[in-house]
Design a protein around this ligand. Structure first.
Ligand code: PLP
Length: 350
């Protein structure tokens, strides 16, 4: 077998959902964000498992993702679409019972004209300046919109992964200013917002990355293990080079393992000569450039080289690996390639 194996622990996803759910009170409903194919881990499997465990509100980025998710979940759970009601989405939204989070007066008009009386939510901008109605627009159409009975009124925090950032309190105050007194359910918190405390929880929370074991939920149960098979072992003499552009040169005799994954599998070239892989928990440095399909690793210190080396494992989680490349765990997860054999464990207890 010449492709890596991505093991996804559905019990760990459920444990993380329950841990995040337990942080808010009984009056707050905890949803699940499964956009980008559940951050690369497989929305069909993850969402079905969470639905069996009782999750009733799912969130995706695009209507197309919502359509796929509806096939997996069947009727029942609500599917909210963050990008709202875009031109061309009407049929999918109507036929599949999706709930667009309307972001602009244009989207509100489109939805009310094309699908009157069908579910929708509203997204408000409280300062992030990415999606949602701003205060003057909300003042102009809020009454009409609220009379039509939105399923959810939400906003999104720009800096929730930094608990001391003044932006959090500023957005919280703006959200209160825009929504206090309405009867529709309100939602402000993603993973970071849940961890900020109860005043951020409102009626519905929207955790994503924390379910998948990523920061800012640093107490998460690890969800993924990525094991890459060793294709070949070789002895490299002092002075010899390894890989493209002679990216590394041996100073002493070195044993190099060539493992089967590369940047085409989401393992960025930024790991070249920097990141570690793990042999049953023992770190082994990457030597030379990461190429499209292969990575070369120094295994000189191992008495025995296992059949596969791990690049994601309990010793090196998604955020550890991300920091090597100057990115975030979200990007590591959503970059995971399509060549891996995905193996799901657990999820039966849900
Ligand atoms: C992605 C996203 C979430 C989930 O965020 P996490 O940080 O992964 O928990 C929630 N709400 C919105 C609007 C999002 O775009």
């Amino acid at each position: 077998m010449a492709t890596g194996t991505l093991r996804i622990d559905l019990d760990a996803v459920l444990a993380n959902w329950r841990a995040l759910d337990a942080k808010s009170g009984r009056d707050t409903e905890t949803g699940a964000v499964v956009k980008a194919d559940s951050y690369g881990l497989g929305a069909a499997r993850v969402a079905r498992m969470l639905a069996r465990a009782g999750v009733r509100k799912f969130f995706v980025a695009a209507t197309e993702e919502g359509a796929m998710l509806r096939q997996s979940l069947g009727e029942g759970p609500e599917i909210f679409v963050f990008s709202g009601h875009m031109a061309g989405d009407t049929e999918m939204i109507g036929d599949l019972g999706l709930t667009p989070m309307l972001n602009s007066i244009e989207q509100v008009t489109r939805h009310f004209e094309a699908l009157p009386g069908t579910p929708f939510g509203i997204q408000l901008d409280t300062g992030m300046n990415r999606l949602g109605l701003e205060m003057p627009e909300w003042q102009a159409i809020g009454e009409i919109v609220l009379n039509a009975g939105p399923k959810l009124v939400m906003s999104h925090l720009a800096c929730a992964d930094e608990p001391d950032h003044p932006m959090n309190a500023a957005q919280l105050a703006e959200f209160h200013r825009m929504t206090d007194g309405i009867s529709a359910p309100r939602s402000l918190a993603a993973t970071g917002g849940i961890l900020l405390g109860p005043e951020y929880h409102f009626d519905v929370t929207r955790p994503g990355v924390g379910l998948y074991g990523g920061a800012p939920f640093t107490n998460a149960t690890p969800v993924v293990r990525l094991s890459l098979p060793v294709v070949q072992l070789r002895e490299v003499e002092a002075g010899e080079i390894v890989g493209y552009s002679c990216g590394w040169q041996a100073e002493t005799p070195t044993r190099i393992a060539t493992i089967a994954a590369g940047y085409a599998d989401g393992l960025t070239r930024a790991f070249s000569n920097k990141a570690m892989v793990y042999a049953n928990g023992v770190p082994c440095p990457i030597r030379g450039r990461v190429s499209m399909d292969l990575i070369t690793v120094d295994v000189s210190h191992l008495s025995e080289v296992p059949a596969a080396l791990d690049i994601l494992c309990p010793e090196q989680g998604v955020d550890d690996l991300a920091s090597v490349a100057g990115t975030i765990g979200y990007e590591i997860l959503t970059s995971l390639g399509h060549r891996y054999r995905r193996h799901y464990a657990g999820g039966t207890g849900a």
